[in-house]
Ligand binder design. Sequence first.
Ligand SMILES: [Zn+2]
Length: 190
Amino acid sequence: MLNIVFDASYYLQSEVLTSYFDFNKLHNFIVSFEKFFQKKEKKVLNLIKKLTGFDWEKEIINVWFFESWNASISYPLLLNVYDYNKDFVFFNLIHELVHINLFDLMIFNKKRKVDLIELEAIVNFITKQVIQSFYNKEKVNKLCKKAEFGGVYKYVWIRTNEINNEFNSLKKPNLKEWMLLNKNKYVIKK
Ligand SMILES: [Zn+2]
């Protein structure tokens, strides 16, 4: 059984990110987010596993919350608190958890280079489906819109919609089965 553990690191904030932060505020947020997430945790983890078709390999995932302008990352899982917006943090936590679940996946473009846009689009495709079982359509669209982050991310969401249509037309039970139809592009490492 996988456990998600939330924490914050004073040293990450002060030595690595070196931007303004309120450590007490960060700690209070962790306490309230834990309560918020507790009731959803099991459903989130089961849904990701079911939708991707990949098992969880880990027993514990540490999530380090931080307050800064830096983007969130999956390895290690460093999560921006985004103005302390709980729903948006939840959205981005799911996004990073999907990255961790898909750790064994490599995606290549036609030039045999790693295709990060395609990977992001696939992660968003799963994230959106998980989010849909917690919020109504209007709220889902708002959260997705907020997650465009400008720049190249616009193309990611366009590709996410294409993947959604391709996936629905091919009627496969999960992402893994769907990707096996295109083994040159989607390479599962083991
Ligand atoms: Zn991502």
